[in-house]
Design a binder for this molecule. Structure first.
Ligand code: HEC
Ligand code: HEC
Length: 332
């Protein structure tokens, strides 16, 4: 497994070997959690339900607003009692395409990820998963649905809560961005400026990392992340100003020296909607984020015009958001 990742990294850095692709409409689905309509609906209710937090005020949607770009547009998120963590909320749109979750890839799947925030003291703050399960069980409307979806004598479990939420998240896909339509043959879908920006995106070297269907690198097996050092060229004015090197990224999980300041390459789909940028949300505009990337990852200074074109291209990655019906939550 390690060898494959290393190979991908080496190949990725040496040249553009992975192509950019149309966003598939089918997401990968794990064998032990098949998608069903009832499960998706149940997961949607749980996703919007603030009763999964200690104060009864914070739901997944508080920090990952699916009526907008799938995050909170804050530098760092605000959870129960106004508490803040150290990282910016990534978008949940298209997160089903990742082979690992979180900025540092510490969760392999959406199922594993979904269990975290419920008991995270600065997010939803419940004392334990047991308490979460008891709260859901106490609501008959939920119990009936869990029985129907999962069966068995004890269907309300933290694993099943996570499975339902993950299933809803697998519907959060935004196809048919101007870029996709362009690749499908509609040459008018992108503006001249965006097309030039796409060319620059490739020639400057952004595609050595941001490729594949969500521009987060090649598709790898579940649990294997596509990680890169950020900053690859440390000590620049940007690094100092925005304190990128402060958070050690994967190292905090693995304690492996070689993984200091390593981060999963994030998606660029809908990136025009998800300011502020980077793991610490330190950069306010997309133009500045493009400048930062060129300097910190490729040691290149882009002209104002080049930055503008690349940013215009990134705007062409904003997809179509599916119509959604607000869920009705069980009240007893
Ligand atoms: C208080 C704000 C907050 C709440 C509430 C919250 N999240 Fe998050 N979420 C975050 C932050 C911040 C991160 C990034 C943390 C990191 O990478 O270390 C994150 C990461 C994620 C990711 C990973 C996305 C990616 O690109 O890797 C997913 C998926 C996600 N959250 C889903 C959920 C779900 C489902 C819930 C509800 C059960 C939830 N979140 C509740 C703030 C929040
Ligand atoms: C060597 C790999 C690499 C290269 C080359 C690279 N990036 Fe990145 N990019 C990353 C990583 C890793 C991150 C996440 C950094 C973090 O915040 O921890 C990132 C983050 C971003 C973000 C912010 C995403 C967000 O949600 O906050 C943007 C925008 C971006 N890159 C655009 C570009 C552009 C444009 C180029 C070319 C000028 C480029 N990248 C080149 C690896 C790379």
């Amino acid at each position: 497994m390690k060898k494959i990742v290393l190979g991908a990294i080496l190949l990725g850095l040496s040249q553009t070997v992975f192509a950019t692709e149309i966003l598939p409409t089918q997401v990968p689905v794990p064998k032990d959690n098949p998608l069903t309509e009832e499960k998706i609906e149940l997961g949607k209710q749980l996703y919007f339900d603030p009763r999964l937090s200690s104060s009864g005020t914070i739901s997944c949607n508080s920090c990952h607003n699916v009526m907008a770009g799938g995050e909170d547009n804050r530098n760092v998120s605000v959870g129960i009692e106004g508490k803040t963590g150290g990282r910016s909320a990534p978008t949940v749109w298209n997160s089903a395409f990742y082979s690992v979750q979180f900025w540092d890839g510490r969760a392999p799947t959406l199922e594993e990820q979904a269990k975290g925030p419920i008991t995270n003291p600065v997010e939803m703050g419940l004392p334990s998963h047991k308490v979460a399960v008891e709260r859901i069980k106490s609501l008959k409307g939920y119990e009936v649905q869990f029985k129907k979806v999962f069966g068995g004598s004890n269907p309300v479990t933290i694993d099943n809560i996570a499975k339902a939420i993950a299933s809803y998240e697998r519907t959060l896909v935004t196809p048919d961005a101007p870029f996709d339509l362009y690749l499908k043959g509609d040459k008018k879908a992108m503006t001249e400026e965006q097309i030039k920006g796409f060319e620059l995106f490739k020639t400057v070297g952004c595609t050595s990392c941001h490729t594949g269907p969500i521009f987060a690198g090649p598709t790898l097996p579940v649990g294997t992340g596509f990680y890169m050092k950020f900053p690859t060229f440390p000590g620049t004015e940007f690094d100092k100003k925005y304190e990128f090197s402060k958070d050690l990224g994967r190292y905090d999980q693995t304690k492996n020296e070689a993984e200091k300041n390593m981060w999963r390459v994030p998606t660029l789909r809908n990136v025009a909607l998800t300011a502020p940028y980077f793991h610490n949300g330190a950069v306010k505009t997309l133009d500045e984020a493009v400048k930062v990337m060129a300097k910190t990852q490729l040691n290149k200074d882009l002209s104002k015009d080049e930055v503008k074109k690349i940013a215009a291209f990134l705007h062409s990655l904003t997809g179509k958001f599916p119509e959604q019906k607000m869920p009705h939550l069980p009240m007893n």
